[in-house]
Design a binder for this molecule. Structure first.
Ligand code: DX5
Ligand code: ZN
Length: 219
């Protein structure tokens, strides 16, 4: 699969969000990643459907909405209406995950399942045929700019094996601490969608340099 870069706006300058998104698009990112946090499922509070809608007005790229919230099933319709293309929900807090994934698809979005670093890959085996993407967290969710957890590499390898068996079309996305130093090993382990916030929006030489460094590392 062609590697894709999903730029996490959590690391962008929010006072100029539209401009930051246009710069990322011009620099060649493939998707825009939007981290929704509620201060309950994770300790931080970030953004909601209003921001997704603002991104939609500023870009035609696929919007990759990562829900780190309690009761995501209560909010997926608002995110779909705001223009999300992808909606990913965590396995850890969802007893009725099957229904939630179906609802995302009924709303016309592509559905993905997310696992935290402490969650075993076996927890998603029953729903793998239902999803268009698995997102493996490579840091504990809640904040940008954290250090990549190397133990997650073997989980990426194992989930790629599981997907090859049951759902070979599905994407395998990684999120957290993805940089020019870590992206190559994640790519080798089987990931094909790479979320990057700090490495793109926080690059000392600008957004284009951040994107170029990441692409060069997986050439
Ligand atoms: C963390 C978020 C990530 C975050 C990644 O909870 O899910 O998407 O923005 O940030 P970096 O790329 O800076 O590690
Ligand atoms: Zn994320």
């Amino acid at each position: 699969m062609q590697p894709l870069l999903s730029a996490s706006i959590l690391a962008a300058d929010f006072s100029a969000l539209g401009n930051q998104i246009r710069l990322a698009e011009a620099a060649g990112v493939d998707w825009i990643h939007i981290d929704v946090m509620d201060g309950h499922f994770v300790p931080n509070i970030t953004m909601g459907a209003l921001v997704v809608e603002a991104c939609r007005r500023n870009s035609d790229l696929p919007l990759d909405v990562h829900l780190m919230i309690e009761h995501p099933e209560r909010h997926i319709e608002a995110f779909a209406k705001a223009g999300a293309d992808w909606i990913t929900v965590h396995i850890e807090n969802n007893a009725n995950i099957h229904r939630t994934l179906q609802h995302i698809q009924e709303l016309g979005c592509k559905a993905g399942i997310v696992l935290n670093p402490g969650t075993p890959e076996s927890s998603i085996s029953a729903i793998l045929p239902l999803v268009a993407m698995v997102l493996v967290m490579t840091v504990n969710p809640g904040f940008g700019g954290q250090t990549f957890i190397p133990e997650t590499l073997s989980k990426v390898e194992e989930i790629r094996r599981m997907l090859n068996h049951t759902n070979p079309q599905a994407h395998l996305e990684v999120d957290g601490g993805v940089s020019a130093d870590t992206i190559a090993e994640l790519h080798r382990a089987g990931a094909d969608v790479f979320v990057a916030g700090t490495a793109i929006f926080g690059h000392p030489n600008g957004i284009q340099a951040g994107v170029d460094d990441l692409r060069r590392a997986i050439k």
